[in-house]
Design a protein around this ligand. Sequence first.
Ligand code: NHR
Ligand code: GAR
Length: 217
Amino acid sequence: MAEARCRVVVLISGTGTNLQALLDTFAAADSPAEIVGVVSNRPGVGGLERAARAGVATAVVDHRDFPDRAAFDAALLDKVASFAPDLVALAGFMRILGAEFVRHFAGRLINIHPSLLPRYPGLDTHKRAIEAGDSHGGATVHFVTEELDGGPAIVQAAVPILPDDDPGALAARVLTVEHQIYPLAVEWFASGRLALRDGQALLDRQPLPAGGYRFEE
Ligand code: NHR
Ligand code: GAR
């Protein structure tokens, strides 16, 4: 009998090109992961259409329907847990998650962040990298902890910053590597190669370096 596939729930807030990369990578019935649900905190976004087109269940938990962050977090936790995920992947998800949510999914909650962490946690990463005069931007997949964009890195890819870049141009260049490294990280997790142990990210039981595995095209 075939081994059970890793059940992945993807959390989105927008367009969902990273979601699309995951849907495409794991579409085959014999792939190690299966996207079983997509949950958005914003109704009507492109990522929900991508999921529906792929035949994946969707749900919206709109943060504006809740009196405070704790109530939103509790409702989101219930919705995500209803899919019985083995892995929860944030893909352009724009709401900071509270301690209860993070603790519930600890070790099976990952994010893709559009910077070379530990540089530029938080928002407006591309603008900040350009204004600092950095030679490179990039993206990092990391385990999510209570510290915003501060959890152990899994894989990181760099792209050059060009002389006339604006944040939009850099964001587009970074997205092309995001679409390579996020499926890679999910595949590692789904095939049992990646784990978080005692606050340390392990690949094939070996500690990953501080910035994660360095992906080269
Ligand atoms: N939650 C925790 N606890 N830890 C992390 O590492 C998280 C997280 C939730 C989301 C993604 C992150 C990113 O990759 C992420 C990592 C949203 C904000 C933010 O400031 C910052 C970082 C990230 C996501 N959000 C505003 C807020 O008040 C709202 C902004 C908006 O709605 O446009 O939640 O960049
Ligand atoms: C991606 O660049 C992702 O790294 C970033 O938003 C974009 C989403 O694109 N995430 C964040 O900024 C999280 N705060 P997508 O919807 O096309 O995947």
